[in-house]
Design a protein around this ligand. Structure first.
Ligand SMILES: [Zn+2]
Length: 394
């Protein structure tokens, strides 16, 4: 642990021990002669609420990595001033496997080339394992006590995972650092998009709205479970199932982990000024949460920005061709609006594509060469359109 002399103000000077620790972890199960390392920054003395923040789980999504660099600079400065009240774990580049996947001149950071599996899927969901292990006397009439009991049980369950591949080992390490956190922020971006968030209906009213306002999010998507075990949901949803199985008037179980996927606009929105503003908003949110000792005025409630993830209208190409968009990000459209055209340049045929929901156009595909049934753009509808199957795309 590094120590620093703070000159202080006034008559006396104070010694403050900085708490910043940097762990560099070599991933196991790599191929012979290769090494991949993960760098994890930790701040705080071990007490108080814990926030876990990671960027670049999809390794080609660069905006979050720039935000994380700004966050790290903030945290080092705040730590030196003794203002980290809780704990913060920051992983600025969460996927060294994906960072190394450059193929024919293009970066492939979303899927593990070895298995084809999306890096933000297939995380271990520890809810049932912990629910099975809990005994009647383990829980207390005090919800905060139960929060700590369950966090320890989740951490223990994560530690007992036995991955067999490098990618699963990475998943275990990331989950182990996050699953006992009170707050999890997973920084991503979309193809082309406005700022938007994903979270659960349980997490949304308990402070995620504050984050949405500070980041000026234009859309928030709620789902109890979107399928595929993405990182944020294996941190947050075990609490819902634990509450269903073990919660009661004498054994209250809180929303123990507020987990959010933050989509920092589109892949090309890599901008130092935007990232600095986003990082400042995240620091303000951590201050509002009581993790950082800094003023953070309350934000107005904009709760109508949240819509069901099952209400997203994914407008798809009816045939293959060149995608021509007739709407921009942030446009509001109505059912039946002609939002895109697929052009077959060989025949000259044009295939119109229409909205099937009223709402905000929040993302578009950067790729204008569409295959049949490819998603062209997405609209944040309020009415449920999808009643079964996974709610996320590949
Ligand atoms: Zn992503």
């Amino acid at each position: 642990m590094a120590k620093a002399l703070d000159k202080g103000v006034g008559a006396g000077s104070r010694i403050r021990a900085m708490t910043h620790l940097t762990d560099i972890i070599t991933l196991p199960h790599g191929r012979p002669g290769t090494t991949r390392r993960l760098t994890i920054h930790r701040f705080g003395r071990g007490g108080g609420p814990k926030a876990y923040i990671q960027a670049g789980l999809h390794a080609g999504e660069l905006p979050g990595m720039v935000v994380a660099r700004h966050l790290l600079d903030h945290l080092i400065r705040l730590d030196a001033a003794g203002r980290v009240k809780g704990q913060v774990v920051l992983v600025p580049m969460a996927n060294p496997i994906g960072l190394d996947q450059v193929l024919l001149g293009g970066h492939v950071g979303r899927f593990d080339l070895a298995s084809g599996i999306n890096f933000n899927r297939a995380f271990a969901d520890l809810g049932d394992r912990v629910a099975d292990a809990l005994r009647p006397g383990d829980l207390d009439p005090d919800g905060e006590t139960n929060r700590r009991v369950i966090q320890r049980a989740l951490a223990h369950a994560a530690a007992s995972l036995a991955p067999k591949t490098e990618a699963d080992a990475l998943r275990k390490i990331l989950l182990s650092h996050a699953v006992d956190a009170d707050y999890v922020l997973d920084l991503h971006c979309d193809s082309e998009a406005v700022m938007h968030l994903y979270t659960t209906p349980a997490c949304w009213p308990l402070g995620v709205a504050d984050l949405a306002v500070r980041l000026e999010a234009k859309a928030v998507f709620l789902a109890e479970q979107s399928g595929g075990e993405p990182f944020d949901e294996v941190c947050s949803t075990p609490w819902d199932r634990l509450r269903a199985r073990h919660g009661g008037p004498d054994t209250p179980i809180p929303v123990g982990c507020s987990a959010v996927t933050v989509e920092l606009r589109g892949e090309a929105d890599v901008d130092d000024g935007l990232a600095a503003a986003d990082a400042a908003a995240l620091i303000d949110h951590l201050s509002w949460r009581g993790i950082i000792d800094a003023p953070a005025p309350a934000m107005p409630d904009l709760s109508d920005v949240a819509t069901p993830l099952a209400g997203v209208d994914r407008v798809r190409a009816p045939v293959a061709g060149v995608a021509l968009y007739h709407v921009r990000l942030g446009d509001r459209v109505r059912i039946g609006d002609h939002v895109a055209t697929i052009l077959d340049p060989a025949s000259g045929e044009r295939h119109p594509c229409h909205a099937t929901a009223d709402g905000l156009v929040w993302s578009r595909s950067q790729c204008r060469y569409a295959g049949p049934n490819d998603i062209l753009l997405c609209i944040a509808g309020r009415e449920v359109l999808v009643t079964s199957g996974p709610l996320l795309t590949a």
